[in-house]
Design a binder for this molecule. Sequence first.
Ligand code: FE2
Ligand code: FE2
Length: 224
Amino acid sequence: MAPNPAPNPMPAPREVDYNIALDSHVKPVTISDKIAYGFVRFLRFFADKFFAKRYGHRAVVLETVAAVPGMVGGLWQHLTALRKMRGDEGWIRTLLDEAENERMHLMTFIEIAQPNWFERFLIISVQFVFYNAYFFLYLFAPRTAHRVVGYFEEEAVISYTQYLAEVEAGKQENVPAPQLAIDYWQLPEDARLSDVIIAVRADEAEHRDVNHSFVDVIDDRRAA
Ligand SMILES: [Fe+2]
Ligand SMILES: [Fe+2]
């Protein structure tokens, strides 16, 4: 029998870590940390101005960006493992899983909010710039690249907490969860948008911890 080229378009279901810490922050210490944090805070300022309380739109646009670093990091780790002919210590799988998870966030929120023409234009332009910028950042400064993502994710946790508060306060309709989200996070059939936001936020907190811990591993390797 010929192998099926696309066995299942849905990624494996994910377990939501409801106990993950939400308010953790890594204090920027080195110059590279400070640049990473300053850069992320600078972008946050514009995101807050542009999206204001349009959290669904914010999620769609920013998830198209969030799904890039894992794929780029995974690619570079793969190339590094080939060049140095050594194992990757599980980094490639972890980074590709992160990219896939972020893409599922996008597939979920696209069912909640449709980007307008300007946001679609923004998504294409930002991808062009951000993919290339992150590609070279990862090549020359992988430590900073992971720190940037760690800080992006800290901000993502904050944004989803604000989104959740708006929904819980009834300022945004707590619509039924998309079926894709129910299947992916194994949510109850009557799950609502608020349950989805809680699941997504837990994922972002996990990416935050993973990326900050990759920085620690790089520091340890350099110190050894
Ligand atoms: Fe995300
Ligand atoms: Fe994330």
